[in-house]
Write a protein of this length. Structure first.
Length: 80
């Protein structure tokens, strides 16, 4: 699983990303508390907000064991 995640991260770095997408990802990550509060009570919008950040969630026996970020977020966060 770790190798798969590492390869996904490498592929994300190779894919060109439009500057607007990177700016949106940076804004969402930097201001997530503000965005989250702005959609308080709207679970559907909150779900879409999380989908902008997280690409895939790996679950084992009802526990989250790993997540992959969208490539834009990988680039913004510097794969940290």
């Amino acid at each position: 699983m770790r190798q798969s995640l590492a390869l996904q991260q490498e592929l994300a770095q190779l894919t060109p990303v439009p500057c607007d997408d990177l700016q949106q990802a940076a804004d969402i990550l930097k201001n997530i508390p503000k965005h989250w509060k702005n959609v308080e009570g709207d679970e559907e919008t909150r779900h879409r907000l999380v989908q902008l950040i997280v690409e895939r969630v790996y679950v084992r026996v009802q526990h989250v064991v790993a997540m992959t970020w969208h490539s834009n977020c990988h680039l913004v966060l510097g794969n940290k």
